[in-house]
Design a protein around this ligand. Sequence first.
Ligand code: MN
Length: 390
Amino acid sequence: MSERVIIFDTTLRDGEQSPGCSMTVPEKVRMARKLVELGADILEAGFPIASEGDFEAVQAVSREFPEARVAGLARCCAMDVERAVEALEPARQPRLHTFIATSDIHLKYKLRKTRQQVLEEAVKAVELARRHVDDVEFSAEDGARTDVEFLIEISKAVVAAGAGTVNIPDTVGYSTPKEYGELIGKVARALGSTAIVSVHCHDDLGLAVANSLTAIEAGARQVECTINGIGERAGNCSLEEVVMILKTRSDSYPYYTGIHTEHLYAASELLSSIITFGPQPNKAIVGANAFAHEAGIHQDGYLKEKTTYEIIDPRTVGIPEGKLVLGKHSGRHALHQRARNLGYELDREQLDALYHRFTAVADQRKKGLMDKEIEALIRDCPAAKTAAAG
Ligand code: MN
């Protein structure tokens, strides 16, 4: 039987705090609307103590989407927790997310605290948070590099103090699937059914999605992720990738999410229009080339039977047909088909003329042609124009 995995979106928090990704409060609200539509279970909207803007963003998202589960981040101290509680006040299902570093390297150089001090501060923060909200998540920052015995000790202590979710982040993107899966398995077995184990992976070694998947197999039931994989440094686990892996390979992964995948492309596009960059063209699921079949042989096979070269129907993730690129390696068959999809019925002579123009343009450039450009070529072609008019 398939088990549900909670999607905790942190596009508006971890994503937003990376270079080139700053968002204003109205922009966060616009993005939040799309994330709600997408079906993200929890929206982390900001870190209220960090700035006035972050406070306002958490408050605005809580106010605009009272039915959504909105999270606010706080370090394990009273000032942070109280500020986050205040920002979350309009939310009907607020989640308070409190964190403290637990690895020896962070304790020694950053916090200059002992394990005992960190454990006490974590418990105190969770207890304080629970006096205000029912839903509290604790994160052991740099969890992947934390001694497993201490990680289990602090996890049990915060759960006893009232945390319902324990997040074990790979804050620096250092872990590997095998190692991370084993760690998550140990924590999940230690906590049993007392709490949900969550993961938060960074992509410094390109393993954020793979690590998140092995963590799910090891017992994690919440994944923290972002649209387009944005986030600190190399970014976070990509929401669209982890969701589409579970959906496409449900034969290997008996898990499901509440994501309405047909909104994935629109969410990616909206984010790209708000921040300063979009996904790279060869980005899985949402990149411009993710569903482009340019080579003639691939296109020929694809047009005869899509599944020859396509493992996901682009409509599943909401990619409009007009986004599919035709390039200089595309064959006559593909061009004919595309013209037909655009509403132009071409005879052999007209297709020859169009194909000649098309290859001349496509040869000149490294990028393929979008539908709008193909349509312009058809209109420029006198013979085809008659056909279109007829
Ligand atoms: Mn992070």
